[in-house]
Design a protein around this ligand. Structure first.
Ligand code: CMC
Length: 429
């Protein structure tokens, strides 16, 4: 077997041998296929990159058919059960699990970079009372580039490291403050004696008490949710981080672009849509009618189906378990019953079975977030905090990858050509 593709161009009869490496051909190799020397070479047309690899990556592995997700080779189930978010962040960024010294040093560094410059607080307070927290987060992360102008020196490994630490450390502070802002409550400073998720809960919910003591089960569930969202290879927001990062801009600007991409309802907003759907269904009796509507194409079963997973999303299984832990503290969200029954019916129904539609990560996460008293606008902020190490690991890989160039896709031009411009005074005469 030869690892190559023989292409015959029926326009000219010419044949080409194109190497296949790692199951891909280089799109640039198609450029040699031309009808004449002065004509453009053959290109591929792939809106949404449905079948185009944009990078080589050693960070996250997904097998959508089998429902497998691994970070740096470690199964998500094992990381969710036995690790914690900061250790997973270390793994994603550095490629290996830390030694005890490395772990302690990493946690210390993150913990002692949670504070932001007072002027950040000042401009966050300037947002309108009803500002969406994702808009506030995106703007604040972008603005951090002005507080750390040296972050532009992306060729310097020590400099890259400190910016990565800062971003992972400050994201909960900015996220919590955007939440407090909408409520008109004072912003709470970080508490460096608390763990990552305990500190986040403190900045979200602390009032006049001297110290906020989060329920350990809630803190653990939140930590697991962050782990589950930490990376998902080349999704829309990661692609945005890489694309903007390929211009060699500082990492704050690149991650701000990722936050913008995540803000969109097709990406980070699905869990909110699940919640609205469950509320609309209301009770178990209404499920059969709803399912009929989905099968007739009148609507979608939100939280089901995935571009990559054609099996149970491994993250959804873990979230289901986290639901039990959270509801033990908060009381059961009455919509859980509806969700469970909906899942049971859908998994047995031929429509969903035939199309390999299974629950995805968003099916149960909204129920947890609601039980924790987060308004729906905050759901995507939580996703962004969890995804930050993944964005940064991907950015780091990008800036060290000699194969990478500035992202600059081709287009198929469909507009007019060589028109003669008529000045306004003549056109309007
Ligand atoms: N409910 C009903 N039918 C569905 C659904 C659904 N949720 N998802 C897909 N289908 C049907 C679709 O109508 C099509 O049927 P047919 O072959 O008869 O035309 C078939 O399944 C294939 O669907 P598709 O739209 O071609 O698949 P896609 O890969 O383009 O879409 C998706 C993936 C996630 C956008 C889609 O499944 C969907 O809209 N799901 C609901 C929204 C949702 O839960 N999104 C969260 C995704 S997970 C978040 C993350 O990982 O970042």
């Amino acid at each position: 077997m030869t690892d190559s593709l023989t292409v015959r161009d029926n326009r000219t009869g010419a044949e080409y041998e194109i190497p296949i490496v790692d199951g891909t051909i280089r799109a640039a190799d198609l450029g040699q296929i031309k009808t004449a020397d002065d004509q453009p070479g053959l290109a591929t047309y792939d809106p949404g990159f449905v079948n185009t690899a944009s990078c080589r990556s050693a960070i996250t592995y997904i097998d959508g058919e089998k429902g497998i997700l691994e970070y740096r080779g470690y199964p998500i189930e094992q990381l969710a059960e036995h690790s914690n978010f900061l250790e997973v962040a270390y793994l994603l960024i550095h490629g290996d699990l830390p030694t005890r010294e490395q772990y302690d040093q990493w946690v210390h560094e993150i913990t002692f970079h949670t504070f932001v410059h007072e002027n950040v607080k000042g401009f966050m307070q300037g947002f309108r009372y009803d500002a969406h927290p994702m808009g506030m987060l995106m703007a604040s992360v972008g603005a951090l580039s002005t507080f750390y102008p040296e972050s532009r020196h992306i060729e310097d490994p020590d400099n890259r490291h400190i910016q990565i630490v800062r971003m992972i450390a400050k994201m909960p502070t900015l996220g919590a403050w955007s939440f407090r802002h909408a409520q008109g409550k004072p912003y709470i400073y970080p508490d460096n004696e608390l763990s990552y998720s305990e500190n986040f809960l403190s900045m979200l919910f602390k009032m006049s008490e001297a110290k906020y003591a989060a329920d350990p089960r809630i803190a653990k569930a939140l930590d697991v949710l962050f782990i589950l969202h930490a990376d998902h290879e080349q999704n829309c927001s990661t692609n945005a981080v890489r694309s903007v990062g390929s211009s060699q801009v500082d990492p704050y600007s690149a991650v701000a672009a990722g936050i913008g991409a995540l803000f969109g309802p097709l990406h980070g907003g699905a869990n909110e849509a699940v919640l609205k759907m469950l509320r609309r269904i209301g009770s178990k009796e209404n499920i059969p009618g709803f399912i009929e509507g989905v099968k007739n194409g009148e609507e979608r079963l939100m939280g089901f189906g995935h571009r990559v997973y054609k099996n149970y999303d491994p993250r959804a299984k873990i979230i289901k378990k986290a639901c039990d832990d959270v509801f033990e503290v908060t009381g059961v969200n009455p919509l859980l019953e509806v969700a469970q029954e909906l899942e049971k019916i859908a998994l047995e129904d031929e429509y969903f079975v035939k199309r390999k539609l299974y629950p995805n990560v968003d099916f149960y996460s909204g129920l947890i977030y609601e039980a924790l008293e987060f308004p729906p606008e905050m759901f995507t902020v939580l996703f962004a905090i969890g995804r930050t190490p993944g964005w940064l690991a991907q950015w780091l890989e990008l800036v060290q990858d000699k194969d990478q160039k500035i992202a600059r896709p081709k287009q198929i031009y469909t507009g007019a050509r060589t028109l003669d411009f008529v000045p306004a005074e003549k056109r309007w005469a």
